[in-house]
Design a protein around this ligand. Structure first.
Ligand SMILES: O=C(O)CCC(=O)C(=O)O
Length: 291
């Protein structure tokens, strides 16, 4: 298994970041030192800083990840929950039991974003990254795994509470990670059909070729994982109570890096056709859209 380099954010310049981590397929890296001084991210803190309005949450249910992904009819069901209700569900562990995850919740217009954004912007200054989609919250039960997928933009995931393990594969391994077919209803092709921790080599024999390319890192609070566009990643919360992270997607500056993944051109092509039929202006698929 390959490890992910750690580097102090303050030692970076846009030039060094671009040449080391954003050329070719790109290279994941853990950025340290950029989030010193943030208050502890407790549920009370989050509830205080977020409006007590409904936010989308993913309901996976108890057995979702015990079933072959080919039997899934949807990636997850969606619920609307207020932060205070969700904090209660984490406290009484019903969020753990039913695997409910406040995943990719846009928080750009909240007091939470006002606290986090200056730190993320400083990181943007050191790396030369330019914001695409502003801050999203990932607040979920300990033990949750967000399954293997890729995003079409560069991403940075800031860990705020609990330890989180990320497993990554380069875009060149796409074929060996069995993306859902493009024509499959309900699940987007940027999700993989395989379980990397419980591989079914009979159904997915090429997975054996991908596994030696696996990279892995465990993030501690305050650390940031840079996930280059089109890199496959699967993140698991290692803490028992809850995990809290915030991400931002960034523009991919080199056009060629948008196409490091074999299936991305097909996704872009289909989006263009669908939107042309709908008579709308073309918009590339947003990073991490789930369906
Ligand atoms: O940490 C997670 O649960 C998923 C985050 C993710 O997929 C991302 O940052 O792109």
């Amino acid at each position: 298994m390959k490890s992910v380099e750690r580097i102090d954010t303050r030692a970076l310049t846009p030039q060094t970041f671009a040449s080391r981590y954003c050329s070719g397929e790109g290279q994941p890296v853990v950025l340290t030192g950029a989030f010193k001084g943030l208050p502890t991210c407790s549920p009370e803190w989050l509830v205080d800083l977020l409006p007590d309005a409904p936010f989308p949450a993913r309901l996976y249910g108890k057995d979702h990840f015990r079933q072959a992904k080919s039997t899934w009819t949807t990636y997850a069901d969606t619920l609307q929950l207020t932060p205070s209700t969700y904090a209660q569900m984490l406290a009484d562990r019903s969020a753990h039991d039913q695997n409910v995850y406040m995943a990719q919740v846009p928080v750009r217009d909240t007091a939470l974003a006002d606290i986090i954004r200056p730190y993320v912007d400083v990181m943007g200054g050191h790396t030369g990254l330019k914001a695409a989609i502003d801050l999203n919250l990932w607040w979920g039960p300990g033990g949750h795994t967000e399954p293997l997928h890729f995003d079409s933009g560069d991403g940075t995931l800031v860990q705020l509470h609990g330890k989180k393990r990320a497993v990554l594969f380069p875009p060149s391994q796409s074929k060996n990670l069995y993306p859902f077919p493009i024509r499959r209803k309900g699940i987007a092709p940027w999700f993989s059909q395989v379980y990397i921790e419980n591989p079914d080599f009979k159904r997915f024999p090429n997975l054996a070729t991908a596994l030696p390319e696996r990279m892995e890192v465990t993030l501690a609070p305050g650390e940031v994982l840079f996930i280059p566009a089109n890199w496959w990643h699967e993140n698991s919360s290692l803490s028992d109570d809850y995990s809290c992270s915030i991400n931002r997607f960034w523009k991919v500056s080199q056009l060629s890096r948008l196409f490091t993944n074999r299936i991305t051109p097909a996704i872009y092509g289909l989006s263009m056709i669908a939107l042309a039929i709908a008579g709308k202006k073309y918009r590339p698929p947003a990073a991490n859209e789930t369906s």
